[in-house]
Design a protein around this ligand. Structure first.
Ligand SMILES: Nc1nc2c(c(=O)[nH]1)N[C@H]1C(S)=C(S)[C@@H](COP(=O)(O)OP(=O)(O)OC[C@H]3O[C@@H](n4cnc5c(=O)[nH]c(N)nc54)[C@H](O)[C@@H]3O)O[C@H]1N2
Ligand SMILES: Nc1nc2c(c(=O)[nH]1)N[C@H]1C(S)=C(S)[C@@H](COP(=O)(O)OP(=O)(O)OC[C@H]3O[C@@H](n4cnc5c(=O)[nH]c(N)nc54)[C@H](O)[C@@H]3O)O[C@H]1N2
Ligand code: SF4
Ligand SMILES: [Mo]
Length: 747
């Protein structure tokens, strides 16, 4: 998720952009690329009112950060298939037929229909799904409207990417830390595999750290490009990360490698944790992970003794059935080894004091306790929802100055699976209106068949989109969204980093495309609550958020590319930690009060089902595409025209399959068609499935969804209890049973 990058504040303050020679008819705009969620500062060359090129920044801090998705962004946004006028469905839901309507006509009908759903079923019958880009660009306005109207049922793809990590990190030390790559001596990548064209700044950070001698430890079942460059590669079984981390703690405790003073003064639950960790001797961990005990011990010692070390955020443990324990174990390791809030470790930054945070815009205090308690999933999987986060209200106010600080948008949201079940009519109450803003919901959670069923059962679906995605294809209205080159932006670090950064508008949006701000402003007006979004324009809204700086947004863009607060380390010595005990909770009082195991544990996989003898994981992001997007751009598509699974040479031999052959991959949730890629880097018995495949050029509408039904990984991602994390209820995407079916006619 929006992962702002930890630049060295001193360096940022002194680095000035260089003057570039450009032809007189070309102007340069300083923009933040939002083609993926890492937000690189780049530049747009504008000629005759159009962006003709996106190039790297001339600021020495940012200049190496650009990838092919940014280069092709102008082409992607200019694509003839872009939705640039409001579209209303004609015929049955999913008919694939549309008529152009005016914004006024669309909003009048949407307002009336949403109000009638709310009148009939209550405000909780309105659910909203967003994700990275809406998350970044709506600035909490969607939640603000929902909170005032009375619906707690907001969900996002960040439920399985960084948002949930943020919420779970708080259980240990009351905030979500950012790794200090610049000063770390040892970096641990848990699966995470940044590359030149995938989260470029993080790739650059890891490479520069290695160049100055920092150690690299990589957990990955596959020999990834970072594993190849690692000092220690732990080739663990998919999904066994939490077991590996328990093994690390065992070594660190047994060998006395932890920071005893910090543990003594600043933690609670050490003895209980130690007793739990004793249940994981290295022989057992070795069996669970498939790695040699000596290698596990060597890696643990390196982390503990060659620090300061960092375990930068990774999405891999966000998507496992042991996710809560996996994330907690990372925070516990950081804490017991003394790496929390120290230079070269992991910093707890808080909000930037000069900018009004999105958490304030969201107005969570307005939603009544009664409505909060109706949040879907609160009874079964409460960890990141209102119920799970309730105990933080007072400590957060005390330490971070906010009762409802939402970090990476991952706190206070409903459980996605529970929301789709309610939408599908499975209770506990009806959900009949669904808005998707900047999110391809059909393909971006687990159990796609359920999501489709849920959508087919709605009275009203509104999508705010740039393209006719599989999700938009099932909507009543598809309303055109602008792009990052066509709007200004102000990002505040998502409550993760204490920073703010402006991005200039480089060109006008095409047709009638509008920003997410404008979308929500129109929704508020349409339901008769215009006072909820009182600002006239995005710039005016930004001026409001910047009012304590004494600058307007316009002035800010002329001033700098980034503001930072000077880091203050070990703030907890002044304030305590924002947990109920004020200390680092190695044993979590919050989890205990919710009825869960307060100590980290490893839940072993269910026994192998002989019908589904292989394991698959969703992942290995593709350089050309961001998530489910970008497949309409010819140059990028030419590089990766089809979805390809990876298997080892031995697995290919065992199943009699060969490179480039089409096969079927199946499990109890669904099946997809996919091409075979034989890769030496893969371990035997494991299958890699790429995320987010559909073919925008193929037939739209229910029954096709432009190939999403045939190719999307979400067809295979399960959300039954065995494959959901207990505490958060997020799906296991790393080690799901499956089988390969050869297709008739193939050799
Ligand atoms: N099954 C499964 N689910 C997953 C994952 C997985 O691997 N498998 N991965 C998870 C992860 S890591 C993440 S980060 C999330 C990502 O989930 P999403 O953020 O939903 O990711 P995208 O697929 O990029 O969908 C974003 C949609 O927004 C549109 N869009 C882009 N920019 C704008 C804009 O400026 N305005 C508007 N209005 N629309 C815009 C795009 O056209 C695209 O359709 O998915 C998560 N869900
Ligand atoms: N070009 C491009 N860049 C992107 C994105 C994109 O779509 N395209 N998406 C962005 C987003 S939102 C995200 S979240 C990140 C994700 O990016 P990464 O965090 O790098 O995740 P993946 O590329 O899915 O997988 C990384 C590694 O995890 C390994 N792996 C699989 N299962 C397991 C397991 O159980 N344990 C461990 N330890 N490793 C495992 C895989 O072999 C793979 O090498 O990428 C971001 N960057
Ligand atoms: S890594 Fe590429 S797509 Fe992502 S923000 Fe940077 S330039 Fe844009
Ligand atoms: Mo992500």
């Amino acid at each position: 998720m929006p992962a702002p990058v930890p630049f060295d504040p001193e360096e940022v303050a002194t680095a000035k952009p260089l003057k570039r020679d450009t032809p007189p008819d070309v102007t340069l705009k300083r923009v933040i690329c939002q083609s993926c969620d890492i937000a690189c500062s780049v530049q747009a060359e504008v000629k005759d009112g159009r962006v003709i090129k996106v190039r790297s920044s001339d600021n020495p801090i940012f200049r190496d950060n650009i990838c092919m998705k940014a280069i092709y962004a102008p082409k992607g946004f200019a694509h003839p298939d872009r939705v640039i006028y409001p579209q209303r469905r004609v015929g049955e839901r999913g008919s694939g037929e549309w008529e152009r309507v005016s914004w006024d006509e669309a909003m009048a009908d949407i307002g009336e229909r949403l109000n009638s759903v709310i009148d009939r079923y209550g405000p909780e019958a309105w659910a909203v799904s967003t994700s990275q880009w809406n998350t970044a660009t709506d600035h909490g306005l969607g939640r603000r409207i929902m909170n005032n109207v009375g619906s707690p049922n907001w969900i996002s793809g960040v439920a399985l990417c960084a948002g949930n990590t943020a919420a779970i990190n708080r259980m240990t030390y009351g905030w979500f830390p950012m790794a200090d790559f610049t000063n770390a001596n040892c970096i641990v990548l848990i699966g995470h595999n940044p590359r030149r064209h995938s989260w470029t700044p993080i790739y650059n950070y890891v490479r520069s750290a290695q160049a100055r001698g920092a150690k690299l430890i990589v957990f990955d079942p596959r020999k990834s490009s970072n594993a190849e460059r690692a000092d220690i590669w732990l080739p663990l079984k998919a999904g066994s990360d939490a077991a590996m981390l328990l093994g690390w703690l065992k070594v660190i405790f047994d060998e006395g490698l932890y920071d005893a003073d910090f543990v003594e003064s600043w933690t609670v639950g050490f003895e209980e944790l130690r007793a739990r960790v004793d249940e994981y001797p290295l022989e057992r961990v070795s069996e669970l992970t498939g790695c040699r005990p000596e290698l596990i011990a060597k890696a643990a010692r390196t982390y503990a003794t060659e620090g300061p070390s960092i375990i930068p955020w990774t999405p891999i443990t966000d998507m496992q059935r042991n996710s809560t324990s996996g994330i907690r174990l990372q925070s516990i390791l950081r804490a017991v080894c003394g790496y929390v809030d120290v230079p070269g470790g992991e910093t707890l930054q808080g909000f930037h004091p000069e900018i009004i945070p999105e958490s304030t815009i969201e107005m969570h205090e307005t939603l009544s306790d009664e409505q909060k308690s109706k949040q879907l999933g609160a009874d079964t999987h409460p960890a990141f929802g209102y119920r799970g986060q309730a105990a933080f209200k007072e400590p957060m106010q005390k330490v971070w100055g906010h009762e409802y600080p939402n970090q990476v948008m991952g706190c206070y949201m409903a459980n996605p699976s529970a929301t789709f079940r309610a939408m599908a009519g499975e209770g506990p109450y009806p959900v009949k209106a669904f808005f998707v803003a900047g999110n391809n919901a059909v393909m971006s959670y687990a159990n796609m068949p359920l999501i489709i069923k849920a959508m087919m059962n709605q009275d009203l679906i509104v999508a705010h989109e740039q393209f006719m995605t599989p999700t938009a294809q099932l909507a009543d209205y598809v309303l055109p969204g602008d792009s990052w080159l066509e709007r200004p932006w102000l990002t505040d670090g998502f409550g993760w980093m204490s920073t703010y950064r402006p991005s200039e508008q480089a060109m006008e949006p095409p047709g009638e495309a509008v920003s997410t701000f404008e979308f929500w402003k129109r929704v508020a007006g349409a339901i008769g609550r215009p006072e909820l979004v009182p600002w006239e324009s995005l710039e005016e809204f930004y001026d409001y958020r910047l009012r304590d700086t004494g600058m307007t947004f316009e002035q800010l863009t002329q001033e700098t590319e980034m503001y930072f607060t000077k880091p203050e380390f070990r703030k907890y010595q002044r304030t305590g930690f924002a947990t109920p005990s004020g200390k680092v909770e190695l044993k979590s009082s919050v989890l205990e009060n919710l009825g869960f195991d307060p100590l980290p544990y490893f839940r072993e996989d269910p026994p192998i089902d002989p019908d589904y003898p292989l394991k698959m994981f969703t992942g290995v992001r593709e350089d050309e595409y961001f998530q489910t997007g970008h497949r309409h751009i010819p140059e990028l598509r030419a590089r990766k025209p089809e979805p390809v699974m990876f298997v080892s040479p031995d697995t290919a031999r065992e199943y009699g399959i060969a490179e480039d052959e089409w096969v079927e991959l199946e499990n109890p949730t669904g099946k997809i068609a996919i091409k075979v890629g034989v890769r030496d880097a893969m371990p035997d018995g494991l299958v890699r499935v790429p995320h987010g495949w559909w073919k925008p050029e193929t037939q739209q509408g229910a029954g096709h969804l432009s190939g999403a039904l045939e190719f999307a990984d979400a067809q295979l991602c399960r959300d039954d209890e065995d494959y959901l994390d207990r505490e958060q209820g997020i799906p296991h995407l790393k080690g799901v049973p499956c089988r390969i079916n050869k297709l008739p006619g193939s050799a």
